[in-house]
Design a protein around this ligand. Sequence first.
Ligand SMILES: *Cc1c(COP(=O)(O)O)cnc(C)c1O
Length: 225
Amino acid sequence: MSENAAENLRGVQNQIEKAAKAAGREASSVRLIAISKTFSADEIAPVIEAGQRLFGENRVQEAKAKWPELREKSSGIALHLVGPLQTNKVKEALSLFDAIHSLDRPKLAAELAKEIQKAGKSPQLFVQVNTGAEPQKAGVLPEETDAFIKECRETYSLEIAGLMCIPPLEEAPAPHFALAKKIAARNGLKLLSMGMSADFESAINLGATHVRVGSAIFGTRPKNI
Ligand SMILES: *Cc1c(COP(=O)(O)O)cnc(C)c1O
């Protein structure tokens, strides 16, 4: 499948352009994050060659194994963490990632604040909202999100760039995207990380600024991760 990845990338770019146009938005207002989790450096390289510079991974260790070398070979690469972050990996995450999409608890906010201060630079931070209130899923509950953003800002002096959400698998995604958009708007947040391979067009229609697309570019993954 990965031989087709560059071609798939162009297809996804076209779909993004069409979805943006249909929503009356500039295509440039939507950033495509190519989610390369589980794919090897050899499978990622053709997508970099095809011009993609923004990538996402969901595990710190996996990113550490693959990306330093890939980054050395090409300029302008940005890497986003889209998976859960443990507090003991924060320092490492700050050295690897330009954005973190999974800020979802005070303990993590505190650790991020401490390490950001030490490092002297901050990644872009997205608060993850569990829009479907799914017990097994990470993220802040919708009704607790305003208070959590306030705590991040006031207690930890963190600059919050936006919200991220992953709608429940078995539900129509649009109401979840709409909810994330509403919470972002009332908190003055400009960025919305939402939409994956199956639903990025709907997310763009509802204001996504960052779509996270994996399998539509790289092919199906061996496991559901
Ligand atoms: C894996 C993953 C994606 C990409 O999913 P696809 O369905 O392959 O596009 C997006 N966001 C997160 C948080 C992920 O873990």
